[in-house]
Design a protein around this ligand. Structure first.
Ligand SMILES: Nc1nc2c(ncn2[C@@H]2O[C@H](COP(=O)(O)OP(=O)(O)OP(=O)(O)O)[C@@H](O)[C@H]2O)c(=O)[nH]1
Length: 692
């Protein structure tokens, strides 16, 4: 079966934005104009077709990244929705991993907002070419040049202004197209509004000429012949030549085409679609995808074409009410058909491709084959989770895994009945498969289940889904800071476990050293004991003991990280020693050893940015200081002040309400995990007192 579109007619793109910049509205419009959305959803009344989950509709925010296929100018555009809320960074990373280009939506009044900056930096990491769409040109205070300047200043890019707005705020009617040097004006604001091309309005001619000149200066030297013709003979480049130069500049990174419009008023969407086709990369432009060494699988790469061995990445697993778990998948190389048996090299398991779907905004189509560049959903995969590779079993490759951020906040959930208990473990297993940034663990002492996540909202949504989708009835505790524990110096313990139980005795001796490691190393075990002192079978007991013990430290029972435990020596008895005896000896040695090694409590420190009108600046700073915050920067942005700082998460609960009342609702903030740091002694004491 031949492919429907050549690979150079594919665009796998993401739409990224700060909350409320208009990502959902813009996506909706794109789907409408590309003809796949039959009913126009409006975010304000909660029927947007991209937002499928109930929670999203209720909250009016986009949480999951669903992929949607649509068509424009005989190109196949796959849109991967990326969330704007920083609680969902992992979702952003996931989608950035599989998209080739992105459209960043800016609010013309707010400009470059903190989360856009965050997502922008993430996109830098993945080298994703981008274009900008300055939305909401109809809003009071819309400032196109201000936004462009902010892109330059805050994002450090060279904006390629391809349009100028005609009118602003209520009088915004269209754009000057600087490639064609003509105006595009929308007749009405209703959906499906037609546009017409006219001459550039007189009062914009000088500005348009200057902006066009700036554009030529920025990109024309990417085409030698065009530069020569222009410089020597004064010949203007043809639109195609100019577009080719803009494309080259965009793909090389650093240059960002900028367009404008108003998604809500249906202006500017069609030219944006043209620009996606003209300037954003096709899968072939990205080059071969690299795999990395894991276990027996060597590092390798795959060229992006149908003849390469099959390989691709599951970037999203979501539970679909009709089909069950759906795994969104990007094919990087080769092709895959229904009935194929493919290989998951991370799990070492085969998967059978039973059903394959192409997702549209509000319909799905069963397909039998997917080719390089396609984004499809597999139904019924058994073993594969988010971030894992599926490939040709004869040619295994592991495509890179994504960075998963540290969870900083936790809640305790207690199912009401035994039946709920069972449902809950199934539900959490499923949710975890969808979302590797949530962690589930069992408190060994209390037997309670603990869920850890990225932020209050993240946990709230997990619990909400557990209750609604999986019908689990559970008592849920208040969110708490996910503290960690570590040690500040090395210590060595020689512990002998001896116990008489009836006519049986238990014996094990372990010599364990505990050493601090650098942040982010986790808990590591090393065995250096001679086999004659501790035979292999008993080393298992030591490992088991540490495994169980590391979840609870000696300061206040939080997980222990950045510690190396080394088994140096030991002793056993032919009859009385057992795995269990070694496990018990290790647990005792662990408690003693950690207590000797200067244990400390670590807390998550958050990077906070607050944007406030000048008059509340003093209050905002005073309040941050009272929250143990450290101010790291103060800046002016437009007529607002920007305060940045680091504040312990523990001091930030309910901050949104304080800030609101402090500034009469005018200040905003955003917050993100930065690193773990030791807690001051007085605070550590109070945390311990609360836990005890
Ligand atoms: N005036 C005006 N309002 C707009 C425009 N585009 C979107 N909006 C409004 O801005 C609000 C946010 O729009 P969304 O499309 O939900 O923004 P979003 O970026 O998807 O937001 P999240 O899903 O929360 O990340 C809604 O009330 C929209 O109606 C626009 O062009 N002009």
């Amino acid at each position: 079966m031949p492919r429907s579109h050549a690979l150079d007619r594919y665009r796998n793109i993401g739409i990224m934005a700060h909350i409320d910049a208009g990502k959902t509205t813009t996506t909706e419009r794109i789907l409408f104009y590309t003809g796949k959305s039959y009913r126009m959803g409006e975010v304000n009344n909660g029927t947007a077709v991209m937002d499928w989950m109930e929670q999203e509709q209720e909250r009016g925010i986009t949480i999951t990244s669903a992929a949607t296929t649509c068509f424009w100018r005989d190109h196949r555009i796959n849109i991967i929705d990326t969330p704007g809320h920083v609680d969902f960074t992992i979702e952003v990373e996931r989608s950035l991993r599989v998209l080739d280009g992105a459209v960043a939506i800016f609010d013309s009044v707010a400009g470059v907002e903190p989360q856009t900056e965050t997502v922008w930096r993430q996109a830098d990491k993945y080298g994703v070419p981008r274009m900008g769409f300055i939305n909401k040109m109809d809003r009071v205070g819309a400032d196109f040049p201000g936004c462009v300047a902010m892109m330059r200043d805050r994002l450090g890019v060279t904006p390629l202004v391809l349009q100028l707005p005609i009118g602003s705020e209520a009088s915004f009617v269209g754009v000057v197209d600087l490639v064609m040097m003509r105006a595009t004006v929308w007749k009405t604001e209703t959906l499906g509004a037609e546009f017409r091309h006219t001459d550039i309005p007189e009062d914009l001619q000088a500005a348009a000429a200057a902006a066009r000149q700036a554009l030529l200066d920025a990109v024309l030297d990417l085409d030698e012949a065009a530069t020569a013709a222009y410089l020597e003979r004064g010949e203007e480049p043809s639109p195609d030549t100019l577009r080719a130069c803009i494309r080259k500049a965009t793909l090389s990174g650093g240059f960002v085409p900028v367009l404008c419009g108003s998604a809500f008023r249906n202006k500017g969407i069609q030219p944006m679609l043209d620009a996606i086709v003209d300037y954003l990369p096709a899968p072939g432009d990205i080059g071969a995808i690299k795999g990395h060494r894991v276990g027996g699988v060597e590092s390798d790469e795959r060229a992006a074409n149908d003849d390469s061995p099959f390989a691709g990445l599951v970037f999203k697993v979501m539970n679909d009410p009709y089909v069950g778990p759906l795994s969104f998948f990007r094919v990087y190389s080769g092709t895959v058909s229904v009935g194929d048996s493919v290989f998951n090299p991370t799990k070492g398991e085969r998967e059978k491709i039973g059903r394959m779907l192409e997702m549209h905004a509000n319909s799905r189509e069963d397909i039998t084959r997917a080719c390089t560049g396609d984004i499809v959903a597999f139904a019924g995969l058994e073993h594969t989770g988010t971030g894992e590779t599926l490939c040709d079993p004869q040619k295994p490759i592991v495509l890179e895994r994504m960075d998963i951020p540290e969870p900083v906040i936790e809640i305790v959930v207690e199912p009401r009945t035994d039946a709920d208990h069972e449902k809950m473990s199934a539900a959490l297993g499923r949710l975890n498969q969808e979302d590797p940034s949530m962690r589930v663990s069992l408190d060994h002492e209390s037997g309670q289940t603990i869920i850890r996540g990225m932020g209050e909202l993240h946990l709230e949504i997990i619990v909400d889904r557990m209750k609604r989708e999986f019908r689990v009835d559970a008592a849920v505790g208040a969110p708490k800071v996910a503290y960690r524990e570590t040690i500040s110096r090395s210590a060595q313990i020689d512990h002998t476990h001896r116990r008489q139980m009836g006519d049986r005795a238990q014996f094990a001796r372990v010599v364990l050293a505990f050493e601090p490691l650098t942040r982010g190393s986790g808990f590591v075990f090393e065995n250096r004991a001679p086999v004659a002192a501790v035979p292999k079978e008993f080393v298992v007991g030591v490992q088991k003991g540490l495994e169980a013990a590391k979840d609870a430290g000696v300061v206040a029972g939080f997980p222990v990280v950045d510690v190396k435990a080394i088994l140096l020596d030991g002793a056993f008895h032919d009859v009385d020693s057992s795995v269990q005896a070694f496990e018990l000896a290790t647990r005792a040695a662990y408690r003693e050893g950690l207590a000797k090694a200067g244990p400390v409590l670590l807390e998550p420190l958050m990077r906070v940015e607050i944007i406030t009108p000048d008059e509340y600046m003093g209050d905002v700073i005073g309040d941050l200081n009272s929250r143990r915050g450290q101010i790291t920067g103060m800046d002016q942005r437009g007529n607002a002040r920007v305060v940045t700082g680091q504040v312990p998460l523990a001091a930030m609960f309910g901050y949104v309400n304080s800030l609101r009342s402090m500034s009469q609702g005018r200040a905003q903030y955003s917050m993100q995990f930065d690193h773990y740091e030791p807690v001051p002694q007085a605070i550590a004491d109070s945390v311990r007192a609360k836990v005890a």
